[in-house]
Each structure stands twice: as structure tokens, then as C-alpha cells.
Design a protein around this ligand. Structure first.
Ligand code: ATP
Ligand code: MG
Length: 429
């Protein structure tokens, strides 16, 4: 993509009500635009990041045999009356009346709808276990939407749901999702900590959240030191349950509180094993040799549109964003400082095309802006590797490569730069 063609409305300053670093950087780098309180458009740069995250989530869910579907945003109030959550959900639920006076709502979550879907098609134990997910907008009329997409009213969630024969099988599925989440976050370069949580709104007794520790986080978690040294993905479910890492709410309930440290954090994922609460309310019954039974269910959420904000909160410096490679909107930021020079222009055009051929995502700053503006925009949007074609190209036929994260600069002969880039970007290309 050429910078001159890319719609990237960078700003010098954010509006004064912007309080969080990630919110400021997302607005200033032109990733998102607020439409009204807690409701955002994703502009091209932001949407590229979102799609990277979605692609990874889809890839790993697919490998784990979780069926992707797409349920609507709008739901009928009937199913929420059946589960008795229509009244209890309160003001966070956006209620809508259609032209026939039918009560609808913008879904804050989908347990009811998936249970109704399961009930219609799953009749025998032979069809179990079954796992479904979708990636869809949710609406929750938060009292205080804030920090941009970190706590929005309309936001994108990945929510998955599982149906199992019984509790034992449900726990196996829960463990699979636990590991799936660790894999996904690991693959997105996000070092989350799993913490035990009370199950809250949905009920039941097994629940964990996945948190990213950052000082500006809204949540608080309590962790014993040795938890950090564990390789979570090698652990059995029992060992995971016994990890001494808790959400604030869970920590309040435990007796022995010594030896814990508390950290501010951001909740990025949440898994629940809630049992037969919904299969009971919808009378969802499946046949087996031993008679009829109600499937054992779980639900598993990831805050897809919160992730870019959380990653920026975790990884930035005074000049802007520092994207981890795996979710960066581009891999290489090619900067032509001598846009009026024919040789420099030809070189940049050629390397730009070569990178595209090699499927290395590149943004090419071909604008006739000052070097200062080009550098500050590059640092603001935070692509991992910058390639600079400037004076050294004219003098020594060299271009420089700057790592955004540590600003380390190395010069390469221009004919070697493509291979060096391939080496540096390695398997992630
Ligand atoms: P929170 O405690 O942050 O309000 P929650 O516990 O109500 O979140 P869940 O129902 O567990 O949220 O939803 C699954 C995931 O969706 C959360 O882990 C979080 O990452 C994300 N999420 C929830 N609410 C919002 C929101 N208002 N804006 C953006 N993401 C959200
Ligand atoms: Mg939660």
C-alpha cells in the first residue's frame, strides 16, 4: 500500500477528553473514529489490525474443530424471557421495538440463541460434543464507556459455546478451550496470565479470565510469584484450577491471602463452564443409552476489539505504537526521503514491488512530505521494521533498517536489503 493512497488520517493531538495512552494513539494514528459515545468506526489501519487478530482466532478455532457460524446482532426478547434474563440483565441491554410492536434487543451475548439452535438440531448423544463460535458485534450499554474501544458500547467479541454429554466431558472441553486460548494469545504475542474467576452473571462454578498486566488496566488480579514461571499449556485441568492467580472478586473469597502480589490488568478473555442452566431453561434434551439428559454447556469469550487497545497500552513509547509482528498492520515501512530523486524513486518502487511479490506487507511512504513528518508518522503507527532510502543511498548505495522497538539502525547495501528483510522477518512473513 502506498502512503499517498492510504486513508490514514493522522492527527497531531487527540481531543482533550482522551485519557488513556492507547486511546490517544489509536485516534492520532487514524485507526478508529468515534461516531457517538462508545461507538466506533474502524478506519483502514485499525481494521487491518483487527483482521489480523480475527484471522488468527479463526485459524486456531478451526484446528480445534470449533464450528464457525454467524448469529445475528438482533435477538428476540422471547428467548431471554425463557432464560429469565430479560429483566435481570438490566440497563446494559439495548431494547428495541419493531414496527409490529415486537420486543427485540441488540445481543449483549448469545447463550440463549445458541441453546435454541442446539436444541433444534442436536437430538442424540452421538452428536456430542459440539463446539460453535462466532465473531460478531455485541452491544452493552455500559454506564461509563471509556478509553475508546477498550470499553465500548458496541464492540466485537469472539464468543464460543460448547455442548457436552456431562460434567466430565464438559471439563475436557473446558480444558481444550483453556489451551486454545493460551495458544491464540501466545501466537498474537500477548503474554496473558490466566486467573481464576467467579462465574458471575452466567452462573455455574468453573471460570477463568485471561489478563494482560499493564499499570493502566481497569482490573486487578492477585498472583503468587511462582505462577509466572509456569508453562501453563503443559498443565492438567486440575493443575490449572489450582494455580494461585485470581481475579479481584475471587481473591475476596479466599482465606489465605499472604504471599500474593496484586497487579493492574486488562481482561481479554473469559471462559465459563456453566453446566445445564440453559439446557434446563429451554428444555434441551438429548437421547442416550441411559435415557434422556440435558447437555452440559460452556461459553468462551475473547474481546476482539479490545485487543488492539490492550496491545498498544502494553507496547508503546513516547513516539507512538510498537506493534508486535504478529498483529502489526504491515511488516515493513518503506520511507523514501528523496522523493524528487529519480534513482531513489526507482529503487523504492522496485523494492516495494519485490516485497509485494514476496508477500511481505509493506506500507511505502511515497509522499512529498518532510523527512521529519515521515519519521514521526512512521514511529506513530509503529510498524516493526523501517527501511530508509536517503542520503546514504546516493553516497554509498546503502539503505538503513531501523527496528521500531529499540530504534537500532543498521546500514545495508541496497542490493542486499530484500534478503536481509526476509531473514529478519523470518517465519512470520
Ligand atoms: P468487563 O469485566 O471488562 O466489563 P465482562 O466480564 O463483562 O468484561 P465478558 O462477558 O466476559 O465481559 O465478555 C468477554 C470479553 O469481551 C471480555 O473478556 C472483554 O475482553 C470483552 N469485553 C467485555 N465488555 C467489553 C466492552 N464494553 N468493550 C470492549 N470489550 C469488552
Ligand atoms: Mg468477563
Amino acid at each position: 500500500m502506498k502512503f499517498s493512497n492510504f486513508f490514514i488520517p493522522t492527527l497531531k493531538e487527540s481531543p482533550s477528553d482522551v485519557k488513556m495512552r492507547s486511546h490517544d494513539l489509536m485516534i492520532r494514528s487514524g485507526m478508529i473514529r468515534q461516531e457517538t459515545s462508545g461507538i466506533y468506526s474502524w478506519l483502514p489501519l485499525g481494521f487491518r489490525v483487527l483482521k489480523k487478530i480475527i484471522n488468527k482466532i479463526e485459524l486456531f478455532h478451526d484446528i480445534d474443530n470449533v464450528n464457525q457460524i454467524l448469529m445475528p446482532t438482533i435477538q428476540s426478547s422471547e428467548i431471554w424471557k425463557t432464560s429469565e434474563r430479560y429483566d435481570t440483565y438490566g440497563k446494559e441491554m439495548l431494547r428495541i421495538t419493531d414496527r409490529n410492536n415486537k420486543d427485540l434487543l441488540y445481543g449483549p451475548t448469545n447463550e440463549e440463541m445458541i441453546t435454541v439452535i442446539g436444541k433444534q438440531y442436536i437430538k442424540s448423544y452421538k452428536s456430542l460434543p459440539r463446539k460453535f463460535y462466532h465473531i460478531q458485534s455485541k452491544f452493552r450499554d455500559e454506564i461509563r464507556p471509556r478509553f475508546g474501544v477498550m470499553r465500548a458500547r458496541e464492540f466485537i467479541m469472539k464468543d464460543a459455546y460448547s455442548f457436552d454429554l456431562d460434567e466430565t466431558n464438559g471439563e475436557i472441553t473446558y480444558h481444550d478451550f483453556f489451551n486454545l486460548y493460551l495458544k491464540i494469545f501466545n501466537n498474537l504475542d500477548i503474554p496473558v496470565v490466566p486467573v481464576r474467576a467467579p462465574s458471575g452473571e452466567i452462573g455455574g462454578n468453573l471460570s477463568h479470565e485471561f489478563h494482560l498486566i499493564v499499570e493502566s488496566g481497569e482490573s486487578e488480579i492477585f498472583i503468587k510469584d511462582d505462577v509466572f514461571n509456569k508453562k501453563y499449556d503443559d498443565l492438567s485441568l486440575k493443575e490449572l484450577i489450582n494455580l494461585e492467580s485470581y481475579t479481584d472478586d475471587y481473591f475476596k473469597k479466599i482465606n489465605e491471602k499472604s504471599g500474593f502480589n496484586s497487579f493492574k490488568s486488562i481482561e481479554l478473555g473469559h471462559i465459563f463452564l456453566f453446566g445445564s442452566k440453559y439446557s434446563d431453561s429451554f428444555n434441551f434434551v438429548v437421547d442416550s443409552h441411559e435415557g434422556k439428559f440435558k447437555p452440559f454447556m460452556g461459553s468462551y469469550g475473547i474481546g476482539v476489539s479490545r485487543i488492539p487497545a490492550a496491545v498498544i497500552e502494553y507496547s508503546n513509547d513516547s513516539n507512538g505504537i510498537i506493534w508486535p509482528k504478529n498483529i502489526s498492520p504491515f511488516m515493513v515501512h518503506l520511507i523514501n526521503l528523496l522523493h524528487d530523486d529519480t534513482e531513489c524513486l526507482e529503487f523504492c518502487e522496485k523494492i516495494y514491488k519485490d516485497l509485494i511479490k514476496k508477500k511481505i506487507e509493506v506500507i511505502y511512504d511515497d509522499r512529498s512530505e518532510s523527512p521529519g513528518k515521515k519519521f514521526s508518522d512512521a514511529d506513530l503507527i509503529g510498524i516493526p521494521v523501517q527501511i530508509i532510502c536517503g542520503k546514504a543511498f546516493k553516497k554509498h548505495n546503502e539503505v538503513s533498517l531501523i527496528h521500531r522497538a529499540n530504534k537500532k539502525e543498521t546500514y545495508f547495501k541496497s542490493e542486499n536489503i530484500l534478503n536481509s528483510l526476509i531473514d529478519i522477518l523470518g517465519e512470520n512473513v
